[in-house]
Design a protein around this ligand. Structure first.
Ligand code: FES
Ligand code: MG
Length: 575
């Protein structure tokens, strides 16, 4: 325990008055009196296990191992089910609920008599929401990433979750794959418990939770069905008890140095563009000065070392077999800040001695990278005054410098209605623009930026085009996609003024995204009424609160009233 300070849970359980009696009595139910005496820390297991978040449903079992570890170390383990978000299940988009989940989790951590928390997550939004919550309460916290699923196969070849859905559905639309075969692949896609096995958002955020210092080192990326995950969970339970004693808080672990390390790792791993908004949002809770430009500055010169889908070939269990996260980090060790701590109190880099790459196809050594430069490029120009991002490693190199006429869609409904129209004025040189998909407009900034290609171009063999959107893109997607355009169309961004036929200029080398019309002409234009008609206009509930308060992608799309931390103090009693 830190100094002579009584444990936080003693604010509830300590003393002989009526209120402490109530707090203890209702919790007894088999717990001995010594559980409340102040020697044993109370550890919440904030768990996003849910049958409607299939990627996380196994966390119920994982939490039992965490609880065993907590008990073995003398703590009291308390299961705390929290808001969970199933990426593939919830409508209109999981991102709409990330801030709500973070808010609800934050409040329940603060309101309850606990000394530390173990955060169990996996599917895309769950680890970001848990980390945002933990940052805003700033109680000692540690993450157990739920881990990826094993590789499924179809027709003798591995299936990448997500990535191959996009590929196979494009094949169907191009007429090269029979509909019945596509349907047959469905039962092969998800081989086991766990989250998506590509380097999508879940894999990325699980790995980055460790780079941020917030897991027991060496466990991120352990496949969900692997026995070693339960071992790691048990050890994390023990660590949580130590954390309650040491008092090491997220604010002391997740420093600017940790975030810069995460940006380096994001590039070397070829991680999801969604990590940009999630890391910015977590940093915003901690008051860490991190900007979107830091991703370009710290990440763009970093080589891509990991050959995983969607940018490459392999899947998460291959990465684990090849040496895992630490083998990747060891290759870029010189780019990591040695001062950044982990929850063990030791720096991240202290865990990178004597790690080996076991398969140099999956993890490339530093001197033979997949690409010399990876990371996220941040673009500016009259189409994106506050920035837009692109992941060059997932793009077609020839399209990274491109000039072509815009074909503009005012909403996803407009896109679906007109995309395959044989009369759509579109060629392979066109730039497809979709607006109204930002945080405020949709609402919730859905993963629609990798818009499908027109059927008539697919039939001609076109497989990539420049696409621009104010939404996000699935971490499992690929293509020359400019996304997170800020401000979004619905927040007064110039994207709302572009018209079909305008010449669009993309120049990633120069970090430029522009529409080639004079500034005065652009300023004089009215925003598209058709786009405005499709913007969300909720009247009540979370959607209303969200649309009224959500900030733009370039700062992490958090709600304005959720930025920052309130600490763990609760001033008043309930009786
Ligand atoms: Fe849950 Fe991909 S849908 S991680
Ligand atoms: Mg996703």
């Amino acid at each position: 325990m830190s100094g002579m300070e009584p444990r936080r849970s003693q604010q509830w359980y300590g003393g002989d008055d009526r209120n402490s009696y109530i707090h203890r009595a209702w919790m007894r139910r088999g717990l001995p009196a010594d559980a409340f005496g102040g020697t044993r820390p109370h550890i919440a297991l904030a768990n996003t296990a849910s049958d409607l978040t299939p990627c996380n449903s196994h966390l119920t079992e994982v939490a039992r191992s965490v609880a065993d570890g907590v008990h073995a170390a003398g703590g009291v383990a308390l299961h705390l089910p929290v808001v969970s978000i199933g990426e593939t299940q919830v409508r209109p988009t999981a991102m709409l609920w990330r801030n709500m989940a973070a808010m609800a989790i934050e409040e329940m951590l603060r309101a309850n008599p606990i000394d530390a928390v173990v955060l169990l997550g996996g599917c895309d939004k769950t680890i970001p929401a848990l980390l945002m919550a933990a940052a805003s309460v700033d109680l000692p916290a540690v993450v157990v990433p739920g881990g990826p699923m094993l590789t499924g196969t179809f027709r003798g070849v591995p299936l990448g979750c997500g990535t191959d859905v996009w590929k196979l559905s494009e094949e169907v639309r191009a007429g090269t794959l029979a509909e019945a075969e596509f349907q047959r692949s469905e039962s092969s896609m998800i081989r086991s418990r766990g989250h998506c096995n590509t380097m999508g958002t879940a894999s990325t955020m699980g790995l980055l939770a460790e780079v941020l210092g917030m897991t027991l080192p060496g466990i991120a990326g352990t496949p969900a069905p692997d026995s070693r995950l339960l071992e790691a969970a048990h050890a994390t339970g023990i660590l949580a008890v130590e954390l309650a004693d040491s008092g090491l808080r997220p604010g002391a672990v997740m420093t600017r140095a940790s975030f810069l390390n995460a940006i380096v790792a994001l590039a070397a791993l070829g991680g999801s563009t969604n990590a940009v908004v999630h890391l910015l949002a977590i940093a915003g809770r901690l008051g860490v000065d991190l900007t979107q430009d830091d991703f370009d500055r710290a990440g763009s010169g970093v080589p891509l070392l990991v050959d995983l889908q969607p940018a490459g070939r392999f899947l998460m269990d291959d990465l684990y077999r090849a040496g895992g996260l630490h083998a990747v980090l060891a290759e870029v060790r010189d780019l990591l800040d040695p001062a950044a701590l982990t929850v063990t109190g030791r720096p991240l880099v202290a865990y990178l001695d004597q790690v080996l790459i076991y398969d140099r196809e999956v993890i490339r050594p530093r001197d033979a990278p997949l690409r010399a430069e990876a990371g996220i490029a941040v673009l500016y120009g009259n189409l994106a005054p506050d920035g837009a991002v692109i992941k060059p490693a997932a793009a077609t190199p020839e399209l990274l410098s491109h000039r072509g006429p815009a074909v503009v869609f005012d909403s996803v409904e407009d896109l679906h209605a007109r995309l395959d129209d044989p009369d759509l004025p579109v060629t392979a040189d066109s730039v497809l623009i979709l607006r109204g998909c930002g945080p405020r407009g949709y609402p919730g900034m859905p993963e629609v930026s990798n818009l499908p290609l027109p059927a008539k171009l697919l039939a001609l063999g076109v497989r990539d085009m420049v696409r621009i959107c104010d939404g996000r893109m699935s971490g499992t997607a690929y293509g020359t996609v400019v996304l997170h355009v800020a401000p979004e169309a619905a927040a007064g961004g110039p994207l709302a003024k572009v018209r079909t036929g305008d010449m669009i200029v993309l120049d990633v080398e120069r970090r430029l995204l522009a529409v080639d019309i004079p500034d005065a002409d652009l300023a004089a234009r009215e925003p598209s009424p058709a786009a405005a008609a499709a913007y969300a206009a909720p009247r009540r509930g979370w959607e209303k609160l969200y649309v009224d308060t959500v900030l733009q992608a370039n700062t992490g799309a958090d709600c304005d009233f959720l930025i920052g931390s309130s600490g763990d103090r609760v001033a008043r009693e309930s009786h």
